[in-house]
Design a binder for this molecule. Structure first.
Ligand SMILES: *Cc1c(COP(=O)(O)O)cnc(C)c1O
Length: 373
């Protein structure tokens, strides 16, 4: 019998060395874990930290999942029905479409398809942490181009990085965590460098500016989308993207054949059939975003940034952002605090239902009262 401790050591020695001290993606904690930690019932928790949809999925999704009777059969590896439905939704040919286990999986597949060890990708920080994560796992090098003070892109700096030999540029529009979008002129300037531009439109339904219609005319533009935010399917993992046809075919070739489970496929089809109702909820969230923004404009220790997504970024002044985060948490209100350059003194608040905004306002009032001289 080999000594088990020794075998473990030996196997660890075989791991790709660059992965041994990878920082990893920092996920948010699940509600039940948070509730238990605070000793609060789960329904007392106001979860405004994950940009999830407070209304949940369409009721038609629940019915369709209950009625579906082919859970024992493997899904279509080509995902034809779902891609056809998405093609109709986007007004594009289904040959452009690839679906994934969340758009996160598509990011991973893009890195798989384009980035060998040592290749360069450009990341416009602060932004979604997944871009750097998928690159690092591949051993690719991430060049960070900081956004300006108002979080707009430094287009000239991105162009310079792109022309310096980068293969891929990742842009979220609206950007997470800042909520701002890129303009058509900015996108055009990036596409003209010839680098592959990945525009992540995870929050596009809350804004009114999508670039997905440009995909058929461009050979270096990818637009990623998801059902996680607008359609309330974050837990089911339902992402998709529009790609140039040749790249889409390669993406479908390198993906795992059954990468999207049947439940996610059923849920996508049911959501698209109920999209009018889902869009009404999106409108309710947008109205609530405007109310949150107006109410919080009166809070002296917070300065908000204009957002076209389902969250708003705030810079704290006169109180440490981590202290603010901690004090909201004590009251069962969870927001996201950042600890990265450019947003160190910031919290990001997901737009919830009106009653969530009310709880947040009451908590901020109390915190404000305790700060008064
Ligand atoms: C939430 C988020 C995603 C994740 O989408 P999934 O489809 O749930 O994997 C992608 N991009 C950005 C910018 C996000 O904030």
């Amino acid at each position: 019998m080999p000594d088990p401790a020794r075998t473990r050591m030996d196997a660890l020695r075989l791991v790709r060395p660059e992965l041994l001290d990878l920082l990893g993606y920092e996920p948010i904690e699940p509600v039940d874990v948070l509730a238990e930690e605070l000793g609060l019932p789960a329904d007392q928790i106001v979860k405004l930290d994950g940009n999830e949809n407070p209304y949940g999925p369409s009721p038609r999704v629940k019915d369709a999942l209950a009625d579906f009777d082919l859970y024992h059969i493997y899904p279509d590896p080509e995902q034809r029905r779902v891609r056809q439905a998405l093609a109709g939704y986007l007004g594009l040919d289904s040959e452009h479409i690839v679906v994934g286990n969340g758009s996160d999986e598509l990011l991973e597949l893009i890195a798989c398809l384009f980035l060998s060890a040592g290749d360069v990708a450009v990341n416009c920080v602060p932004t979604f942490g997944m871009y750097a994560f998928v690159c690092e796992i591949r051993g690719a090098r991430v060049v960070e181009v900081p956004r300006r003070e108002d979080f707009s892109l430094d287009v000239a700096a991105v162009q310079e990085a792109a022309r310096g030999g980068a293969k891929v540029v990742f842009i979220a529009s609206p950007n997470n965590p800042s909520g701002n979008i890129i303009s058509a002129a900015e996108l055009e300037a990036l596409l003209s460098t010839g680098v592959l531009v990945v525009v992540d439109e995870a929050y596009v339904e809350f804004s009114d500016r999508s670039f997905v219609g440009l995909v058929p005319q461009q050979d270096n533009l990818i637009v990623l989308r998801t059902f996680s935010k607008w359609a309330g399917l974050a837990g089911l993992r339902a992402g998709y993207g529009a790609f140039p046809k040749g790249i889409a075919a390669l993406m479908r070739k390198v993906k795992m054949p059954y990468n999207m489970n049947v439940a996610a496929q059923v849920a996508i089809l049911a959501s698209l059939e109920d999209r009018e109702m889902l869009q009404q909820r999106v409108q309710a969230i947008v109205r609530e975003r405007e109310r949150l923004s107006e109410e919080l404009a009166a809070v002296p220790f917070l300065r908000g940034f204009p957002s076209e997504a389902n969250f708003i970024l705030y810079r704290s002044q006169g109180i440490d952002a981590s202290e603010l985060w901690r004090r909201l948490r004590q009251q069962g209100i969870f927001v996201r605090h950042f600890d990265t350059p450019g947003v160190r003194d910031c919290i990001r608040i997901t737009v919830g239902k009106p009653e969530h905004t009310d709880r947040l306002l009451a908590a901020l009032k109390e915190i404000g009262g305790s700060l008064a001289p």
